[in-house]
Write a protein that binds this ligand. Structure first.
Ligand code: ZN
Length: 824
């Protein structure tokens, strides 16, 4: 189905103004369908003109424009033509709609723990017409009055405060003007924790079967919610305007969360049912602060078109780290986490051919815009805002932001609008800065010549730009920081006298405070010192920068992956920052070991990780984050069958994990991947954990078995079973590539390129993008795979999302091939 183009959107918003939306949904019509009635009041600048309404129904029962029936047989590609518009119009639509299973539109899930059904709306990007007739584009905002009929035992939540007016009948308070993609309704027997802060009613909700976990976790979430409200109120000087603030943890959610005004939706694994590590709580806190930042940036002022996505995401990304650092118990750990979890992701995006400028990407249609929800729009954009603040000062930045928000409240904004306010507030011409940092892709390489005190900046040939960098350089010797020098670069070579005068250091870390966006290359002496010295560096932020520099170096083919394994073995057991602990394990086990090292070395390298983890587990305070990360890592990597069997049976588990189902599943998956667990063990474990999470874990464990039969089964379920939900597809894809000898896996490298693109016939792009990434044959690191991949990109039948997933995964495969060619 073609998606809305930018030029169509421009034409339509020049013609129309939507004054009010009324939506009435009946969710008590069985498990497949719901009915949707819409009344759109809108004006037209040129009476007599034509336009179209967006609607993607199972059945369009009626469409009435200004009292006259519109011929609905013209419904094609989700559009119905509307002719003869008046200056003021009323369009009424009645349709039967389908619930979705792919997390787009109105998603309906069943909780196997109790058989209860849950519905949530995720209208993000262009799924609005799957729920109600509308003019679906971000700059046709209108107030919404929503009514919902639902089974009597359900709770209904939405953007406006919900009132039950009769059994099974709900009315949501009329909202401020909203973009279509922010409208949501969540309905089901949700469990709730309610509170209040500073006059704002608060609610936190999750499936009934998660009630206990919800009540345990809610106080921390509410604390972050309150702190974030206080912080934003004082920073922007503009009060939160959307009434109540609900945070709903919903099943099978594609993204991390969605900033629907007044009713934010989150993936529900955030309601930790088992033991959570400190960095997992930090990540959730960050997501809470991120979505709330959107209430101002995105919701009060919305980007005019998707090419200014960065106005939403870069800002929310930056603000969430800042807020968590300034107003929660995590303090500066928030920035370390951003280095490990977010910037590493952004640098990976910058290395692929799909990289793009932070702002001003083409996004010619809505579907193309989905491709920009990546590490560039989030992580690089946030780093760029930090550079902007270093350039113009924080006071000017905040003043400019406040003015921008006030001026464009309840409307839309663009890059030019935003930068205009920054220039006015700072009295600085930011034209050149904007072109270099926001409108040009690419990442500079920063290297040092400490003897002469020179900072070298190498600009990527493909993306010439003159980006000034502000950062610091720190030196470390024998466990002490011996110097720290601030640097602002001018041109390609900047002489910094303090750097030349700095004492000799074993390890010199450019960008030690991680203020800028650059590929940090350590000098040879520092690289040689890293395995021994890294653990001694007292500053966790600098350690994180070194780790990301190593990951970058491995991917760029400048650092031998064995150096990273060796550093892990020596430094990791002494690491005390939780984000560094967790993320380095993910990076090594997820990518470095299984793709950069040759097959024959992978087991030994994994055992380096297993031994480091066992050493930490033996010494760590029982139940601490260190102990939990170590225990999970042992469970994931250990080859000790007796230990794994005991843990699977719940015997002698590490403290705090005795009843932790998710820990049990890590053990079972490891056994399954080693060919040591049969379907009976998986089935027994699932019977003890017959929940959404348990069923997903069982699927993943089944797909993780290494036999040819198991792989054939998993591949069939993944690529042909149309009943599978988005989450089930992800679990199958992940499990599939978690084990298996090359001969068993190799045939699926070829099949991927036919079977996965074909799934676009029944899986939406947002969901399929993830599946296509997870299912890509990254583990078949062979030239033939890359050749198949390049051939597939020559086809014209790939959706934009599948194409993008292949481009990025192929680029990572090629990085592994190049590294193997260099280092063996
Ligand atoms: Zn966001």
């Amino acid at each position: 189905m073609p998606s809305l183009t930018r030029s169509e959107a421009r034409t339509r918003s020049a013609l129309l103004g939507v004054t009010r939306m009324e939506v009435d949904l009946d969710l008590d019509q069985g498990e497949e369908h719901f009915t949707s009635r819409t009344r759109i009041a809108f004006s037209c600048a040129e009476p007599g003109a034509s336009t179209w309404v967006d609607v993607k129904p199972v059945e369009l029962r009626s469409l009435v424009l200004n009292g006259t029936a519109v011929d609905v047989s013209g419904l094609a590609d989700g559009r119905v033509q509307l002719d003869g518009l008046a200056a003021d119009n009323v369009l009424e639509a009645e349709a039967v709609m389908a619930y979705s299973r792919d997390g787009q539109g109105l998603h309906r899930a069943v909780d196997p723990a109790d058989g209860e059904h849950y519905v949530y709306g995720h209208l993000f990007l262009d799924a609005g017409p799957r729920v109600f007739a509308c003019f679906d584009q971000p700059d046709l905002k209108a107030p919404y009055a929503v009514r919902v009929t639902a089974p009597e035992a359900w709770t209904v939540l939405g953007n406006g405060a919900a009132t039950r007016t009769a059994p099974g009948r709900w009315e949501l308070a009329e909202t401020r003007p909203l973009a279509t993609y922010f409208v949501t309704v969540c309905a089901g027997p949700y469990a709730s924790v309610r509170s209040e802060h500073d006059g704002i009613p608060l609610g936190i909700h999750a499936r009934a079967s998660l009630k206990e976990a919800l009540e345990r976790e809610a106080p921390q979430m509410l604390e972050v919610t309150r702190a974030s409200f206080d912080y934003y109120h004082s920073l922007f000087g503009i009060r939160y305007p959307f009434g109540e603030y609900h945070q709903v943890f919903v099943p099978e959610f594609n993204a991390g969360a969605m900033e629907n005004p007044g009713c934010v939706t989150f993936r529900d694994v955030y309601v930790f049912r088992g033991r959570a590590t400190r960095d997992e709580v930090l990540t959730r806190s960050n997501t809470i602060a991120h979505e709330m930042a959107h209430m101002w940036f995105g919701d009060i002022v919305t980007m005019q078109w998707w090419d200014d996505l960065w106005l939403n995401e870069s800002f929310a990304e930056y603000m969430s780290h800042r807020t968590v650092a300034a107003s929660t118990e995590f303090g500066t750990e928030a920035w370390v986490d951003s280095t490990m979890a977010r910037k590493a992701w952004g640098y990976a995006a910058e290395r692929t051919p799909s990289t793009h400028p932070v702002a001003g990407s083409e996004a010619l249609d809505a579907e193309a815009a989905l491709q920009d929800f990546d590490g560039i729009s989030y992580a690089k954009g946030a780093a760029t805002l930090r550079q902007l603040i270093a350039h113009i000062g924080d006071d000017a930045f905040i003043a400019g932001v406040s003015d921008y928000l006030r001026e464009h409240a309840y409307g839309n904004g663009t890059l030019a609008d935003f930068m205009g306010f920054m220039e006015k507030a700072s009295g600085t011409d930011l034209g050149a800065w904007t072109r270099a940092w926001l409108l040009t892709a690419g990442v500079d390489v920063i290297t040092l010549d400490t003897a002469s005190g020179t900072v070298h900046r190498t600009v990527p040939e493909a993306f010439p730009a003159d980006r000034p960098h502000t950062f610091d350089v720190a030196g470390f010797s024998g466990g002490a920081e011996t110097f720290r020098v601030p640097v602002t670069t001018v041109g390609d070579s900047t002489v910094v006298p303090e750097l030349a005068a700095a004492p000799d250091a074993d390890l010199v870390v450019p960008n030690a405070g991680d203020l800028t966006w650059a590929t940090v290359t350590l000098d040879e002496k520092s690289i040689a010192a890293v395995p021994e010295q890294l653990a001694l560096v007292p500053d966790p932020q600098a350690r994180a920068v070194v780790w990301v520099s190593l990951i970058d170096g491995v991917c760029l083919g400048t650092v031998d992956p064995r150096v990273m394994v060796r550093t892990f073995g020596q430094a990791w057991p002494h690491e005390d920052n939780d984000s560094v602990l967790n993320r380095t394990v993910m990076s090594l086990l997820g990518r470095v070991i299984p793709t950069f090292l040759p097959h024959a070395e992978q087991d030994d390298a994994e055992q380096v990780v297993a031994r480091a983890a066992a050493a930490v587990l033996a010494r760590a305070v029982p139940g601490s984050t260190r102990a939990v990360v170590a225990a999970r890592t042992v469970a994931r990597t250990s080859a000790d069958e007796a230990l794994l069997r005991d843990w699977a049976a719940g015997k002698d588990r590490p403290q705090g994990l005795e009843d932790d189902s998710d820990f049990g599943w890590i053990v079972v998956r490891n056994l399954a991947a080693r060919g040591l667990a049969g379907r009976d063990l998986v089935e027994r474990t699932r019977e003890q954990d017959d929940t959404l999470q348990g069923r997903l874990s069982a699927l993943m464990a089944g797909a993780s078995m290494p036999s040819a039969d198991a792989k054939a089964w998993a591949w069939g379920e993944l690529t042909t079973n149309r009943e599978r939900s988005n989450y089930e597809l992800n679990a199958l894809a992940q499990g599939f590539w978690a084990s298996g000898e090359p001969d068993v896996l190799r045939p699926y490298a070829a099949r991927y390129f036919t079977d996965v693109p074909a799934m676009s016939a029944w899986v939406g792009d947002d969901a399929l993008a993830r599946v296509a990434t997870l299912a890509y044959p990254s583990k078949v690191v062979e030239e033939e795979t890359a050749a198949l991949s390049r051939a597939a990109l020559g086809r014209d039948d790939l959706t934009a999302a599948v194409r993008r997933s292949i481009v990025d995964a192929q680029s990572q495969l090629e990085e592994a091939l190049r590294s193997r060619a260099t280092f063996g």
